[in-house]
Design a binder for this molecule. Sequence first.
Ligand SMILES: [Zn+2]
Length: 112
Amino acid sequence: MDTKFTWSITQKGEKALLYKNYLYGLRRENKNGSLVYACTNKSCPRVITLKNDAIIQYDVTRHNHDPRLADDVQNVFTGLKRRVITDVDKSIGKIYEEEVKKFVSNLAFAIH
Ligand SMILES: [Zn+2]
């Protein structure tokens, strides 16, 4: 199974898991230490189980909506690359922080 994923953020600025262009937020922690991440679309029941930052289980059924966040997520990374090249005198950490803030405020309008 494909277990490649990246970390992203939700519109509330919380840590989220990005898997196949869908965004998942932390739902709960199991007693065995694994973490259950649920699709951030509230009407969508898809979940992913993570342990030690690795996907150990995921729901293979289809989402009931399009991966609308893909473009926004792509934008933040493209913007990031461009700024790292142009703002050579700024630290990368600072640029990242600014881009993430911009991303969060854009996202608030973009989804649902
Ligand atoms: Zn979903």
